[in-house]
Ligand binder design. Structure first.
Ligand code: NAP
Ligand code: ZN
Ligand code: ZN
Length: 347
């Protein structure tokens, strides 16, 4: 086993603190990654605080991992020592169900193995995430990071990036579409960049008036304050798509109202409490709601390549690991611009 230094939580009320654990030795299909940067996703906070059900403590979060390959197993062909590699939200899946065969491992019918707070395929060995020094991962579940001098800003693509890229692609968003992005945080700011890059007319719907100038810099054509009933009234029936990234409890019916006939809400945010949905608002205009979870390995690689080609990275605040608890508080206050990334040298 490999001894690993990390940062994690031991209960739902505990602050994150240094925590040692073990990873498996490097197998024949594995690579060992020396983690350089790890993004901070709101899902990390939901998980360590048991907001989605009791977590498997101790939890070492982190699923926006980038680093350098420092060892490869004998059968590895995709990576060599010295390459950059990334790990996203899952590190294995059954590999034989219909979803896995289609390259949609995130929807594995036997359940994917999440990067942290879950189990490998043996259902016994726990996974620990990227707020740590190293990760051992099967090369099939690792991503190739195109050459870059902005590695820290690439890390959030492994979750925030693919989670917004995938539903926008699935929905066929492009030129001629009016798209609203709900919530300008880690996911939201990537959604604005992708929707604008795909050619859509993008409106940012935010609860934070202070984010208007940034939203426009990120590529939004319009900005509306979602807390202002008058502005919301003006936008009724206007959008083909709304990408909902909100992490906290909110009334989605107010936003479904903003969809055109046959408009679609793409939901990626996972508030701890379920929504209460107005059937009438869907039925009266044949609107629909589509949920979407991250993306498969092939699509994640496609997204990373797309970002490299189109010069798309995340807007980040680089932090030292000791400041992680303060960063969590700021994310909860919607005060993140627009993704925290941990510099793992500081571990
Ligand atoms: P985040 O950085 O905290 O962004 C969420 C944004 O939502 C905030 O910045 C804020 O933007 C807005 N917001 C917060 N409270 C709100 C409220 N009460 N009403 C309306 N808007 C509110 O979080 P994130 O990392 O982007 O993650 C967003 C959600 O997606 C989380 O629930 C996370 O777990 C989930 N997630 C899902 C997937 C997936 O595969 N589906 C993957 C990753 C994350 P404004 O200030 O602009 O209002
Ligand atoms: Zn995430
Ligand atoms: Zn499967």
């Amino acid at each position: 086993m490999i001894q690993v230094k990390g940062y994690g939580a031991v209960s739902k009320d505990s602050r994150l603190a240094p925590l040692g654990f073990e990873r498996r030795d490097v197998g024949e299909a594995d690579i060992l990654i020396d983690i350089l940067y790890c993004g901070v996703c709101h899902s990390d906070i939901h998980t360590v605080r048991s907001e989605w059900g009791e977590a498997l403590y101790p939890v070492v979060p982190g699923h926006e991992i980038v680093g350098k390959v420092v060892q490869v197993g004998s059968k590895v062909s995709k990576f060599k020592v010295g390459d950059l590699a990334g790990v996203g939200v899952f590190v294995d899946s059954c590999r034989h169900c219909d979803s896995c065969k289609k390259g949609q491992e995130q929807y594995c019918e036997e359940g994917m193995s999440p990067t942290y707070n879950g189990y490998y395929r043996d259902k016994v060995t726990k996974t620990f995430g990227g707020y740590s020094s190293t990760y051992v991962v099967d090369e099939d579940y690792a991503l190739i990071i195109p050459p870059t001098n902005q590695l820290a800003a690439i890390a959030p693509l492994l979750c925030a990036g693919i989670t917004t890229y995938s539903p926008l692609r699935y929905a066929g968003v492009g030129k001629g579409h009016k798209v609203a992005v709900l919530g300008l945080g880690g996911l939201g700011h990537m959604a604005v960049k992708f929707a604008a890059s795909f050619g859509a007319e993008v409106t940012m719907l935010s609860t934070s008036p202070s984010k208007e100038a940034d939203a426009k810099k990120l590529g939004a054509h319009h900005f509306a304050l979602s807390t202002d009933p008058e502005q919301m009234k003006q936008l009724k029936g206007k959008f083909d798509f709304i990408l909902n990234t909100v992490a906290a409890k909110h009334d989605i019916n107010r936003f479904i109202d903003l969809l055109k006939v046959e408009g679609k809400m793409l939901i990626v945010g996972i508030p701890p409490e379920d929504h209460s949905l107005s059937s009438g608002k869907l039925i009266s205009k044949r609107r629909s709601i589509i949920g979407s979870m991250i993306g498969g390995i092939a699509e994640t690689q496609e997204m990373l390549n797309y970002c490299a080609e189109h010069n798309i990275v995340s807007e980040i605040e680089l932090i030292a690991i000791k400041d992680i608890n303060e960063a969590y508080e700021r994310v909860i206050r919607s005060d993140v611009k627009y993704r925290f990334v941990i510099d793992m040298k500081t571990l």
